[in-house]
Design a protein around this ligand. Structure first.
Ligand code: ZN
Length: 111
């Protein structure tokens, strides 16, 4: 019995590709008498989706809770610079240079 996948996280969630049900290891599965903290890999081989009765093989690993969405949220931070395209960054840089040049020229104009 070497059913356990040691290299994957024990808290990885699995989504049923038939109905969208998500198995969360922290919660287990009440309707099938699966205790909380049971990794997906340790579910009985005859375990079925509690919603649509799909087999374990119909489930896809969607990773542990929170990581993927948290990463997307972080992209919005940092004054929004991370959301600029390379073209927009160039406009920003050359715009600053042009402003500096105009300011430099205006100094001569004052004298
Ligand atoms: Zn299902």
């Amino acid at each position: 019995m070497s059913e356990q996948a040691v290299d994957t996280s024990l808290l990885d969630r699995y989504e049923c590709r038939s109905c969208g049900y998500v198995y969360e290891p922290e919660k287990g599965d009440n309707s099938n008498d699966i205790a909380p903290e049971t990794p997906f890999a340790e579910l009985p081989i005859n375990w079925r989706c509690p919603v649509c009765a799909a087999k374990k093989t119909a489930f896809a690993n969607i990773g542990p809770a929170g990581t993927a969405s948290g990463f997307k949220e972080n992209l919005g931070y940092g004054l929004g610079v991370n959301q600029l395209t390379p073209t927009q960054k160039n406009i920003l840089i050359f715009g600053a240079l042009a402003l500096g040049f105009l300011f430099f020229i205006s100094l001569y104009g004052l004298q």
